[in-house]
Design a protein around this ligand. Structure first.
Ligand code: GDX
Ligand code: MN
Length: 380
């Protein structure tokens, strides 16, 4: 018995309905839920969902997310609402997909179901992304997993923040009881789900979607600010937690050649984002930067952020990332502003120095940075 869940907030109702329809059309799928942020966004989707339910003769429910967590009410509350209800109802398999995917089709569901049939307790979809996309994954989350769990498969996961996963019943039941997962009501939920399922020792498979995940991209990097600070805080919250058991079962489809058009996509507005760097360091941020080792603080503060940002290479970022992992405070405006500025410097430095070198080279470089961080963390 398989359930498909799509959390949604401000998406085009016809796109959400198209994806509900794709899910409902699959023979492996018994029921489909759309979890809405509130009643206002639910209403137009509900009308379309009723038609799909009648046509496919399946239950297609539009439910409103409950207030479960302790942080900003966001996607985490939506996913936890579904996890909690699915656990109560005893679903064998629960798939999650973002509602804004424009190339959602049977292959996503079949790929996950096939891996679950082979005994994997969790299946995560992996997919190629543009060289300048996934900048929170590459600069925050994978370095954090490298730092915290260096010998494990966690830093090697292709999409540790991906919202596209299949959970089997044992995973759903365990997540529904996990306080650390339930409190994470914001964008940090994906990090927590990735971590929590990795230590269940129920087998984890990464299914490759060769065409990539096509969905809404961004304008300036400012649009990612909230996600950045929440994902950073979520990564920090894993400090001191045990990692996956040695030899835990992890399988993956091999990566394949990325589609040509995806190799050419520039995922964000570089010029507009560069303007966000600022010409001078704000006083409150200077006070925080002063806690870094003198040599690192000196390099950063030697000129305005818009002039020193190109120094933010993988080595300097390792220091800065460690500093943020150790001290960042979610909800503190100075810390949030500083974390965003430092990350922006790193993303722009990478974009200008590496992402311009071609797709394969960029990917090789980004993977090499994770390897570097694993090595650094293993020897410290
Ligand atoms: N119910 C509900 N409530 N749905 C939400 C909310 C909320 O507060 N916020 C977002 N969503 C839905 C949204 O409608 C979409 O279907 C999905 O969650 C993802 O949101 P989107 O704005 O498309 O996020 P984005 O920037 O594409 O990031 C996604 O991919 C990241 C990644 O792969 O790296 C998202 O799943 C992130 O959590 C993930 O880290
Ligand atoms: Mn999206």
């Amino acid at each position: 018995m398989s359930l498909v869940v799509l959390p949604f907030k401000s998406e085009d109702p016809t796109l959400v309905a198209t994806n509900l329809g794709v899910a409902a059309a699959q023979s492996a799928v018994d029921e489909v839920w759309a979890v809405a942020a509130d009643e206002a966004v639910a209403a137009p989707v509900r009308i379309l969902a009723d038609d799909i339910a009648a046509f496919r003769e399946k239950t297609v429910r539009v439910i409103i997310q409950e207030r479960i967590g302790k942080l900003r009410p966001g996607k985490g509350d939506a996913m936890n609402t579904a996890i909690s209800r699915a656990a109560e109802e005893g679903w064998d398999r629960v798939h999650f997909y973002d509602a804004d995917i424009t190339n959602f089709d049977a292959s996503w569901i079949d790929g996950a179901e096939t891996a679950a049939d082979r005994g994997y307790g969790v299946v995560r979809h992996r997919f190629p992304r543009a060289a300048t996309d996934a900048m929170i994954t590459w600069m925050i989350t994978r370095p954090a997993l490298a730092r915290l769990f260096p010998g494990s498969f966690l830093p090697l996961l292709d999409q540790p923040l991906g919202g596209e996963v299949l959970l089997t019943r044992v995973a759903v039941e365990s997540l529904a009881c996990s306080e650390m997962v339930r409190r994470r009501s914001d964008w940090g939920i994906d990090t927590l789900l990735t971590y929590a399922t990795s230590v269940m020792d129920i087998g984890l498979y990464e299914h490759h979607v060769a065409d990539g995940k096509r969905h809404a991209l961004y304008g300036s990097l400012h649009e990612l600010r909230e996600m950045l600070v929440e994902c950073l805080d979520a990564a920090r919250s894993l400090e001191g937690q045990p990692g996956p058991a040695p030899g835990a079962r992890h399988g993956s489809d091999p990566a394949a050649e990325a589609p040509e058009d995806l190799k050419r996509i520039v995922a964000y507005d570089v010029v507009g984002s560069r303007r966000l760097l600022g010409m001078i360091w704000p006083e409150d941020e200077v006070r925080l930067v002063a806690h870094l080792p003198d040599e690192v603080a000196g390099r950063l503060l030697s000129a305005g952020p818009d002039r020193v940002f190109e120094q933010m290479d993988a080595g300097l970022w390792y220091e800065v990332h460690g500093f943020l992992m150790g001290r960042f405070v979610l909800g503190d405006p100075s810390w949030e502003s500083l974390a965003f500025r430092l990350w922006l410097m790193r993303v722009l430095a990478y974009t200008i120095q590496h992402a311009s070198q071609g797709y394969e080279e960029s990917m090789r470089y980004l993977r090499s940075t994770v390897d570097l961080y694993v090595t650094a963390a293993s020897s410290s």
